[in-house]
Design a protein around this ligand. Structure first.
Ligand SMILES: Cc1cc2nc3c(=O)[nH]c(=O)nc-3n(C[C@H](O)[C@H](O)[C@H](O)COP(=O)(O)OP(=O)(O)OC[C@H]3O[C@@H](n4cnc5c(N)ncnc54)[C@H](O)[C@@H]3O)c2cc1C
Length: 373
């Protein structure tokens, strides 16, 4: 089978790797460099604990966590998945497709019932684990520790699995922009590139994230999206110890290597314009810094070193859209928020469906067909 995968973010690189491993002859087409899209600007918390709006969505994200562990074992030099734990306290906002955690102890009970590694942390234990934390910002809020959670360096991941697929399974990586699908007698049998070249395949998998509908320019094959803007501020190297990620009402923050911290907030994202320049004096970046300093007072003299802004690829109802697109054989799409959590699982599932003809039940509620009559 000849497959074309469009987009080498965390989703497309996972799909290309698994398809090639399963024996397909795979061409991966990417216009911005591997990991050059939204996967370059992400908090990248690999989790299912923010996905309680439906059990199916929780299970899907849980499968994402498990698939991360599996692909890790296939790369002896893997250095992208960090799992020191994540700490959360009251009032933290829901992610897309998530539920507001207004009742943290209800949430904890639900997660424990579903077998998620999560426990209540006493304030003394919190101080022992993260001594730099200002206990005043926590107040008397209940604190939850996800001891096995962490984050994935999505660009490192994408680079590694694409490199692995080239080396081991003969994947071809093409640096080009796809401008449309090639459709012959009602079937998708390839793509057209910006220079007019046509590439043919038995199956095209569109993993181009927020740009998905530019690749399929025909309206009848487009997934309705409701993208949102996200801003991430990166601090200077700080020499300050914070081991785990924090998800808090003020700021979400975590170590980002080299002593830097990554800062973000859903609340502040709502104030960011999609076309804003990602400058270090951006008001929301400065507000993130103020909140981070309040949370970790030792950051007092540390400044924002870089800012990045991205658009989240979110299907209109906030849930993933993964599967064949109705009325167009040969065309499959995988567009989702929480792509960092889900990417490795999507790779496995797409390979199973496309190569082995095995329908994956985990995807039953997340088919693109729900958007089409
Ligand atoms: C601020 C922020 C915080 C986030 N936090 C989390 C989190 O904590 N946990 C989590 O799981 N997720 C999180 N996400 C979401 C996650 O980052 C995305 O869902 C994920 O990166 C999407 O990956 P992707 O591979 O689908 O898209 P992308 O990474 O955007 O990859 C798509 C690729 O397609 C390429 N492409 C597009 N059009 C074309 C074309 N026409 N021709 C060729 N190539 C093309 C692009 O260049 C790009 O490289 C966050 C996102 C943001 C913005």
């Amino acid at each position: 089978m000849k497959a074309i995968v469009v987009g080498a973010g965390i989703v497309g690189s996972s799909v290309a790797y698994r398809l090639a491993q399963a024996g397909a002859s795979v061409t991966l087409i990417e216009e911005r460099g591997v990991g050059g899209g939204t996967s370059r600007v992400t908090f990248a918390w690999v989790n299912a604990c923010e996905k309680l709006s439906s059990e199916a969505y929780y299970r899907l994200n849980f499968a994402g966590r498990e698939a991360h562990a599996r692909i890790l074992e296939e790369f002896s030099d893997a250095n992208w998945y960090h799992r020191p734990g994540v700490i959360q306290w009251q009032g933290a906002e829901a992610e897309a497709g998530g539920r507001d955690s207004a009742e943290p102890l209800d949430k904890l009970r639900q997660l424990q019932t579903w077998g998620y590694p999560a426990e209540r942390l006493s304030h003394d234990d919190l101080h022992r684990l993260e001594p730099e934390l200002n206990s005043e910002v926590v107040g008397n809020a209940p604190v939850i520790l996800y001891p096995k959670d962490g984050w994935c360096d999505a660009v490192v991941y994408a680079g590694s699995v694409v490199g692995g697929a080239m080396e081991r399974y003969g994947l071809t990586l093409v640096d080009a922009k796809v401008t449309g699908l090639k459709i012959t007698a009602g079937r998708c049998d390839g793509v057209v590139l910006a220079d007019g070249t046509v590439r043919t395949a038995d199956i095209v998998v569109n993993c181009s994230g927020r740009w998905s509908n530019d690749v399929a320019s025909e309206k009848e094959y487009q997934i309705p999206l409701a993208p949102t803007v996200g801003l991430i501020a990166y601090t200077q190297a700080a020499g300050v110890k914070l081991k785990r990620a924090l998800r808090t009402p003020l700021v979400n923050m975590r170590p980002d290597g080299g002593g830097r911290f990554m800062l973000r907030s859903n609340e502040l994202d709502k104030l960011v314009a999609a076309d804003a320049a990602p400058t270090t004096d951006h008001p929301q970046a400065q507000e993130l810094l103020r909140r981070a300093r309040k949370t970790i007072p030792a950051l007092e003299k540390i400044e924002v070193e870089a800012v990045r802004i991205a658009i989240r690829p979110i299907p209109k109802d906030s849930y993933s859209a993964i599967g064949p697109v109705p009325h167009l054989d040969g065309y499959y799409v995988a567009v989702t928020h929480s792509g960092v959590t889900l990417g490795p699982f999507i790779g496995e599932a797409v390979a199973d469906e496309v190569i082995n003809n095995r329908t994956r039940p985990e995807l039953a509620d997340f088919r693109p067909s729900r958007f089409f009559n």
